[in-house]
Design a binder for this molecule. Structure first.
Ligand SMILES: C[S@@+](CC[C@H](N)C(=O)[O-])C[C@H]1O[C@@H](n2cnc3c(N)ncnc32)[C@H](O)[C@@H]1O
Length: 201
């Protein structure tokens, strides 16, 4: 993703109530399904304006926000000081660039459908985790292509739950589970969202 697909969306990204309540639901599902503690260092993959990480922040020590969009990172930077844990913004495309460091967990919302090779991304996640580390990855269930009404660099029309679970297992993850997380309500349809959790043993 070298083009900034979110350049013209970033400033108004959080003005969509449906988007915000979807991330609320995702964050609550992560909190219910993952054991978080105040010593943890998480990565938020595709952190955007920080909607997910600011909800998870009170439960952990630090979140490294990884996003390729300069415009989205700028929105996050503006509220960085008000977030309830240490936040470091790393402006990279994780599909093409490596980042240093190891994490206790990786969270992500609504980003995997922008990643062409999700099998490779799960391998990257596995490499970036400490042993015992967890992933909590949320995205759309398979949809008919009507979710996106503009081009934001979409490679997948959602995911089949079993297929994405297999991709995580093939990267080495164990205890893979997929649960309901949310439903996005749009005027032209309802779009279910799942949360995949798994562990690096
Ligand atoms: C739909 S937005 C979701 C933002 C946020 N997680 C949320 O739920 O509000 C997807 C974000 O993922 C970022 N992104 C997509 N592919 C990426 C990649 N390969 N590496 C880093 N960031 C990526 C985009 O720039 C964008 O900010």
């Amino acid at each position: 993703m070298s083009k900034d697909f979110f350049k013209h969306k970033a400033a108004v990204y959080e003005s969509d109530d449906n988007r915000v309540s979807n991330v609320d639901n995702i964050a609550n599902t992560i909190i219910e399904n993952i054991k978080l503690d105040r010593a943890m260092h998480l990565m938020d993959f595709g952190s955007g304006t920080g909607l997910l990480l600011e909800r998870i922040a009170p439960f952990v020590n630090k979140i490294t926000a990884v996003d390729t969009s300069a415009a989205m990172n700028e929105q996050l930077a503006q509220k960085q000081a008000r977030i309830a844990c240490d936040v470091e913004i790393v402006p990279v495309d994780l599909s093409v660039s490596a980042i240093s460091g190891k994490f206790d967990g990786i969270i992500s919302s609504m980003t995997m459908h922008h990643v062409q090779d999700i099998a490779a991304m799960f391998v990257t996640f596995y490499t970036l985790l400490n042993s015992g580390g967890v992933i909590a990855i949320s995205d759309l269930d398979t949809e008919d292509g009507s979710f996106h009404t503009e081009d934001t660099g979409v490679y997948h029309m959602g995911f089949d739950r079993q297929a994405i679970a297999v991709a995580a297992e093939q990267a080495g993850f164990q205890d893979v589970e997929v649960v309901d997380a949310s439903v996005v309500h749009k005027p032209h349809g309802q779009y279910p969202v799942f949360l995949l959790t798994a562990k690096k043993k």
